[in-house]
Design a binder for this molecule. Structure first.
Ligand SMILES: [Zn+2]
Length: 251
């Protein structure tokens, strides 16, 4: 096989493509798992925050109840004192003044008792909500752990192969001149399937399926120059060449 510089370049680029595609396959195997894991982590954080906020609200209601209870105690004590004083008053005016104080204290006690009932109702509602949130937190945490495990297994299974391919890619890159390498990378980046080197498929570009003129097809087989698809910019190689490279890479 006559080795010309164009063919060497094509071989290096095609080798790179075959290796990059293998790496893509590994990443595809991991699929959306990494993203799912990070989404679940966000969800979990949000739920935990909600749970803690409800807990905080319950604490505030409880503190308010404690305050109200001490107020009731205070007013009850006052009432007792006023009643004792009433026994010792010298005139009606004094008795009446104390009676008003007692009335006021009783009203305060009633208000506080009403507030305590309200807060207890609120606490009950919040507690229900908190428990519901807690079970959602638990479910989410469980889901996250399962996903993480799944991802870890896949990463573990593919780690060695990934490292091997990355090493091969590094080696293959050194065989491509930098301007061709950056051109290849740029095209690859722009393609959803990551293919920057494609074979021709029945006189059409294997990447975008636009027609390749017969003359270009002849040149492709001659490998006399690096030919890119005019429509999509991918590097074109003939199928037997591509197969040859795949075999060489697998060997
Ligand atoms: Zn094309």
């Amino acid at each position: 096989m006559a080795n010309n510089p164009v063919e060497d370049r094509l071989r290096a680029l095609t080798t790179l493509q075959v290796l990059d595609s293998k790496l893509d396959d590994i990443h595809r195997l991991r699929g959306s798992l990494p993203e799912e894991v990070s989404d679940l982590e966000d969800d979990l954080e949000g739920l935990v925050t909600r749970h803690d906020r409800i807990e905080e609200e319950i604490k505030e209601f409880k503190a308010e109840i404690t305050l109200r209870k001490s107020k009731i105690e205070e007013f009850t004590g006052q009432i007792k004192k006023y009643e004792e004083q009433q026994m010792q008053v010298k005139n009606n005016r004094e008795f009446e003044a104390l009676r008003k104080e007692i009335e006021y204290a009783n009203l305060e006690i009633l208000t506080s008792e009403k507030k305590i009932r309200q807060h207890n109702d609120q606490i009950e509602q919040k507690q229900e909500l908190m428990e519901e949130t807690k079970s959602r937190v638990d479910a989410k945490r469980h889901e996250l752990e399962e996903k993480k495990k799944e991802l870890e297994v896949i990463i573990e299974e593919t780690k060695v192969e990934e490292a091997r391919i990355l090493e091969l890619i590094k080696g293959a890159e050194t065989k491509v001149e930098s301007r061709f390498l950056s051109g290849y990378r740029k095209v690859r980046q722009n393609m959803r399937n990551g293919l920057a080197v494609v074979t021709t498929d029945r006189n059409a570009c294997g990447g975008c399926f636009s027609i390749i003129p017969p003359q270009v097809h002849i040149e492709l087989n001659q490998r006399s120059r690096l030919i890119t698809c005019e429509n999509c910019g991918r590097i074109l190689v003939d199928e037997s060449f591509f197969e040859e490279v795949i075999e060489a890479v697998s060997a």
